[in-house]
Write a protein that binds this ligand. Structure first.
Ligand SMILES: [Zn+2]
Length: 509
């Protein structure tokens, strides 16, 4: 070999080394979303059409609608910010309803699995999940999905899964993922912060700086646990936001989702440490013990429709807020229950507004008739026995909007969420917002976008269990959580559970 070719070879290998090193720092990050919160007692099946109406975005689509749980947008932003290469899979998320049809689940699962397979090799996988998805034939969709993802990428590639705390955490999920991390707040105003934290932990794991170990502890408890009031607020601040050791990377509390019948249901603490199994186990147990100590203080007392109406007749600051907690579409209810509307028509409350009824048939009628039209309608009470009696009413069409939005999230992380094809209508002293989509009432925008002036009303009735509180508490101190016989009743003894693991507090005292 002469001097020239020796020099050439040296230069060539220097270049190859440089490119290999440089290429290695540009990670290939596979990002997808697949989520639904399944109410297994709901009679509304979840189909491909429901994903299409909420969020079903293929990789070639550049823009997509914001949803309340869009952790995937944060993953994509962070990937870009770090100079890594995002390889996008499908983003599929939908409004809660009954179990997915088997075809819907397997079609979306296999679509994402194929995208990942085609994208190999990847350095890590980030998934925006929910954690409470069920389908015909699959009680633990996330466990099945994560297991298949693991089979594709092998044992060494980090897999991060972002969860809603209203999840059913399974051993299969823990065994398949590298890190699972749930939002800490309910209302889930911290979805974006949580996504960024998961991204950073997975990124450091990919660099070999962390060796995550997960352990969980089962509290054998179910219920709804808002994080805004004491003592849950302090529990979150003391145990989920700060940790006794720097080796604890994250601690989530899985809150349970009681309106589903599955063996993995229940409250669980979930701890991730840096390569310390014992610490993960002991902190998971310690946090679970702390939760069990306060759980009996967390049972919410609910008003009846009558007690809420009587209380509102005594107050002077308007509008009061009435939460129709059992007809929250965000928990899988139909959002067409008429229990409170029926009583309001008989009550002496001066002026009252309802948001947001789901009744596509009435929306079509209103659009055909036009703004200002007077119609005789039969509203609500249609989806199931949880929906009450349909209401026959004469109404005037006040406003039609198919571009109205409401906002949700923390300052800086707010998302504007579409309100569907919607109509505002008036029946005497009652104004009602009706949409062709099942949408939880998350902010006063769901009234003001239709020209309704909030100060005109004695009460605003919102179909939401707790998420409404983040924005509506800014306009009213008088909030009444009203329990009706709707789909999300808190009387768990009324549900025919077959599969949950006993003992389960408070069902088994
Ligand atoms: Zn949730």
């Amino acid at each position: 070999m002469n001097m020239n070719s020796l020099l050439y070879n040296m230069l060539f290998s220097l270049q190859v080394n440089y490119f290999m090193k440089h290429e290695r720092t540009v990670k290939r990050v596979f990002i997808a979303a697949f989520g639904a919160e399944t109410n297994s007692f709901s009679v509304l099946p979840t189909t491909m059409k429901d994903f299409q109406a909420s969020c079903l975005i293929r990789p070639e689509q550049k823009k997509w609608p914001a949803i309340a749980n869009d952790g995937h947008s944060e993953f994509l932003k962070m990937t870009e910010k770090m100079g890594h290469r995002a390889i996008r899979g499908t983003l599929a998320y939908t409004t809660p309803a009954g179990p997915l049809t088997q075809l819907t689940y397997e079609t979306l699962r296999d679509e994402i699995i194929k995208q990942l397979h085609d994208a190999l090799p990847v350095d890590c996988v980030l998934l925006n999940l929910h954690g409470a998805m069920m389908a015909d034939g699959y009680d633990d969709c996330e466990g099945d999905f994560l297991e298949k993802i693991r089979q594709i990428v092998g044992s060494q590639v980090p897999i991060g899964g972002l969860l809603d705390p209203h999840a059913h955490l399974s051993q299969k999920m823990i065994d398949s993922a590298t890190i699972l991390l749930a939002y800490k707040e309910y209302p889930h105003t911290d979805f974006a912060i949580s996504a960024r934290k998961l991204f950073k932990l997975i990124d450091q794991t990919t660099d070999g700086k962390l060796i995550p170990v997960m352990r969980h502890y089962d509290c054998h408890t179910m219920g709804a646990f808002p994080t805004i009031t004491t003592p849950m607020r302090e529990f979150v601040d003391q145990h989920l936001m700060q940790y006794p050791s720097p080796k604890i990377l994250d601690c989530s509390l899985i809150h349970s989702f009681p309106w589903a019948d599955t063996a993995d249901a229940g409250v669980k603490s979930l701890v991730v440490t840096d390569n310390d199994e014992q610490l993960a186990e002991s902190y998971a147990k310690a946090v679970a013990d702390e939760f069990i100590k306060i759980r009996s203080q967390l049972i919410q007392n609910y008003d009846t429709i009558d007690t809420a109406f009587s209380a509102i007749n005594q107050i002077k600051d308007f509008p009061a807020i009435i939460a129709d907690v059992a007809d929250n579409p965000g928990g899988g209810a139909a959002s067409d229950a008429t229990f409170i509307l029926e009583q309001a028509r008989k009550s002496r409350l001066e002026k009252i507004a309802f948001g947001i009824f789901w009744d596509p048939f009435i929306v079509d009628l209103a659009y055909a008739a036009g703004k200002g039209a007077n119609l005789k309608i039969r509203l609500g009470g249609k989806a199931s026995w949880f929906s009450g009696v349909p209401q026959d009413m004469d109404v005037e069409i006040l406003e039609l909007r198919d571009d109205a939005k409401q906002y949700f999230g923390d300052d800086g992380d707010q998302r504007s969420l579409p309100l569907g094809k919607a109509v505002a209508m008036r029946h005497g002293n009652i104004d009602i917002i009706v949409s062709n989509l099942r949408i939880q009432s998350l902010s006063p925008d769901c009234f003001t976008e239709f020209g309704l002036n909030l100060s005109d009303y004695t009460a605003l009735v919102v179909k939401s269990t707790n998420h409404f509180q983040a924005a509506f508490s800014r306009i009213s101190k008088n909030i009444y959580y009203v329990m009706t016989p709707g789909a999300l009743t808190m009387d768990f003894t009324s549900f025919p559970y077959q599969k949950i693991t006993h003992p389960m507090w408070p069902i088994d005292q």
